[in-house]
Design a protein around this ligand. Structure first.
Ligand code: SF4
Ligand code: SF4
Length: 382
């Protein structure tokens, strides 16, 4: 595993504490999107399709600190949009470190060389560079030539300055197992601290709707990749080995969407990082007012093909802490890449999708317009 021991131990004791105090739902990682603006426009991205007024919104330093204080998760993953476009990002990272949180800063790396000196290496701080495969795969995924080379240069720079550095790799239906395996070998040779992988989520607003994987294709793809790396043992993943086992079709898991709750410029997103079905002002409201039984594979059409880390990594982590014996064969033999898949959840009775994106955008725009008018109406009244 590519997670440092002190981090694994802290998260493990946090989970045990929640479990022993009988808490049913608790967060493991705060997913933070302090802005949606990005300097790329990837075809599989479901995060940047907003009008300019929304793309110009930012969570302030204080909003970010309030979010972690409210939810109490031991770790924060900062994404977006492109977080390095946020002027207060170095202070935000430092604020989380000062609160003794593990911080993962996800970036497409385009601005990293310009900004890196605003950050200091720390055992609790990791750069996570967006890299969806080798040069051809990644440049195709981000719809721009030359980004892979920039990301590789950024990884080398960050490592040379003593930062913990990992990559996050999202795979789509065009992934070729041999090339992905070779790419992971190359990443390990570069001395990377870890790899996070996930299949892409079929965002309804992503421009390219044809490249998302369904469940069976995901499982097959991950078996084909992991079998080329000794059941995955050749590579350092910063993920639970049970999550990899799930991706390879060997575990029947329901998602744990509250384990990685999202705070963005709209508020706390209901129910999860991937699905924006509503927004509330506080973490307490998110946990108490979300009808969790309405979501998940087999319950809701938009969840049908989801096997993404932010829904299922939490399930895998909790399972590995409650049933550590399940980790032994994985540590010895790696992930099983042959034989029948574990029985999957029946999706025949799921409820149909609700399409609510436009309504949320309209509400947010009305809120922004109202906030802009306020000073004028005060001035007009004076
Ligand atoms: S770099 Fe990330 S946020 Fe930016 S467009 Fe690509 S997937 Fe979306
Ligand atoms: S399956 Fe779970 S994590 Fe995935 S989109 Fe549905 S609610 Fe979110």
């Amino acid at each position: 595993m590519g997670i440092p021991l002190h981090q694994a131990a802290k998260i493990g004791s946090y989970v045990m504490k929640q479990h022993l105090t009988g808490k049913k739902r608790y967060p493991l990682v705060l997913m933070l999107e302090p802005l949606f603006r990005c300097n790329l426009a990837c075809a599989g991205c479901g995060k940047i399709d907003y009008p300019d007024d929304i793309l110009n919104q930012r969570l302030s330093y204080q909003d970010c600190m309030d979010a972690i204080d409210e939810c109490g998760a031991p770790a924060v993953s900062i994404a977006g949009g492109e977080p390095l476009l946020h002027r207060e990002m170095p202070q935000i990272v430092q604020g989380f470190i000062d609160r003794n949180k593990f911080v993962i800063l996800c970036t497409n790396a385009i601005l990293l060389s310009k900004k890196i000196d605003q950050y200091k290496p720390h055992p609790n701080f990791t750069w996570s560079i967006h890299l969806d495969g080798d040069k051809a795969m990644h440049d195709h995924s981000v719809c721009l030539d030359g980004v892979y080379d920039k990301a590789i240069a950024a990884i080398k720079l960050a490592k040379s300055k003593g930062f913990r550095t990992q990559i996050n790799c999202t795979l789509f239906s065009n992934a070729i197992p041999e090339r992905v395996a070779k790419f992971f070998d190359t990443m390990m040779e570069m001395g990377l601290d870890g790899i996070t992988i996930s299949p892409g989520y079929a965002y309804e607003r992503a421009p390219d709707q044809d490249s998302f994987l369904n469940r069976d294709r995901t499982k097959k793809l991950f078996r084909d990749i992991l079998s080329r790396g000794n059941g995955g043992k050749n590579w350092e993943f910063t993920q639970s080995s049970l999550f990899l086992d799930f991706l390879a079709g060997n575990q029947t898991y329901e998602c744990t969407p509250w384990s990685m709750p999202l705070r963005c410029v709209f508020g706390w997103q209901k129910p999860c990082y991937l699905l924006g079905e509503g927004y509330v002002k506080t973490f307490k409201e998110l946990m108490e007012d979300t009808d969790w039984d309405k979501y998940g594979v087999g319950k809701y059409e938009k969840c049908q093909d989801c096997m993404v880390h932010c829904g299922f990594e939490g399930t895998a982590v909790i399972d590995s802490i409650k049933r550590p014996h399940k980790l032994i064969p994985l540590a010895m033999r790696g992930v099983k890449t042959e034989g029948p898949f574990a029985k999957d959840i029946d999706t025949s009775k799921q409820r149909p999708a609700d399409f609510v994106f436009s309504a949320h955008v309209e509400n947010k725009l009305a809120e922004i317009r109202k906030a802009k008018q306020k000073p004028e109406s005060v001035a007009a009244a004076e």
